[in-house]
Design a protein around this ligand. Sequence first.
Ligand code: 5GP
Length: 120
Amino acid sequence: MVYDTHNIFAKILRGEIPCKKVYEDNHVLAFHDIAPKAPVHILVLPKGPYKDMDDFTKRASAEEITALFRAFSQIACDHGLDQSGYRLISNCGINGGQEVPHLHLHLLGGTRLGRMVQAG
Ligand code: 5GP
């Protein structure tokens, strides 16, 4: 599948749609999810055109991969989650339930989170 440049996160990255930004560097943008599922629900995404984790791990540079992983821990610290704990989720493809076809990781915390997986 080719990367869809009209997806909502591509529009946010281009500044065509606003977001509540919490972090940005050369390779990464992070912002609050519009429909939070936890007291802290931040979406962390690479700026490059990667549709999911599979695409990213195959095509991204080492610098981009490092930047994404460093960003999680920086954002978690910034929101006090490094002490209380958090969950990172990346939905990939149809079975993963991915809705927006630009790689993003959900950083969730601020409460005790429930079961990790609920099929169906
Ligand atoms: P997915 O199911 O693809 O892993 O998650 C997509 C996430 O994007 C959902 O949690 C949804 O609430 C969030 N989302 C969808 N549209 C927007 C938007 O326009 N702005 C923001 N901040 N989040 C969005």
